[in-house]
Design a protein around this ligand. Sequence first.
Ligand code: DX5
Ligand code: ZN
Length: 227
Amino acid sequence: MVQIAPSLLAADFADLGGAIRLVESAGADAIHVDVMDGHFVPNITMGPPVVASLRRVTTLPLDVHLMIEDPDAYIEPFASAGADWISVHVESCRHLDRTLQLIRSLGARPGVVVNPATSLSTLDEALPLAEYVLVMTVNPGFGGQHFLPYTLEKVWRLRKVIQHKGLPIRIEVDGGVCSGNVPDLVRSGASILVVGSQIFGAPDPVAAVRKLKALAEQCAIDPRVLA
Ligand code: DX5
Ligand code: ZN
């Protein structure tokens, strides 16, 4: 099943509870939380206290995407705050194996993230330690950017690698995801779609979630990816 994870980065930060209620009522599958530290990416967003507040208003999985330096120092506070899925960038982890094991030991689902220009080969050894790989489809730091078309082929290649290794790993995509590229992304093997501005920037976010879900459900993975 393809899942839709609305990104709160595009919501009104003065009413995050209201934003969650809206997308929850529309059938969203997870809430994507973008954590930025002003070092790893040139923007600053939110930390564990915000995640703890979000935890109190939803039962949906909180999908916490850490765009920070030294993530090891913050994984326990995010897990304690109620993060269900925690993903770290391969570019910011000196000891990726240890970091992914730490996430799992705290009861969260470990995910690993690659920037658009980072080679998939950096993931080879760590793949069995992750439950999902987040392929950035824009350069991280800001919402509302254009999807980078070359990342589509990267999703396809990663899906093939996962298939050949027989691993139960999902592919998440994040950045510039919209109704125009959802069919290609799903055909290439993405099964968790993070969507920010296309949902919260829409006049009717509920309708936007429903439309994206319906579109994703109509598409299937291309059998050539599984060959
Ligand atoms: C970018 C963030 C994304 C962003 C996606 O650094 O990781 O989650 O919010 O927003 P849109 O869908 O607007 O590109
Ligand atoms: Zn994100």
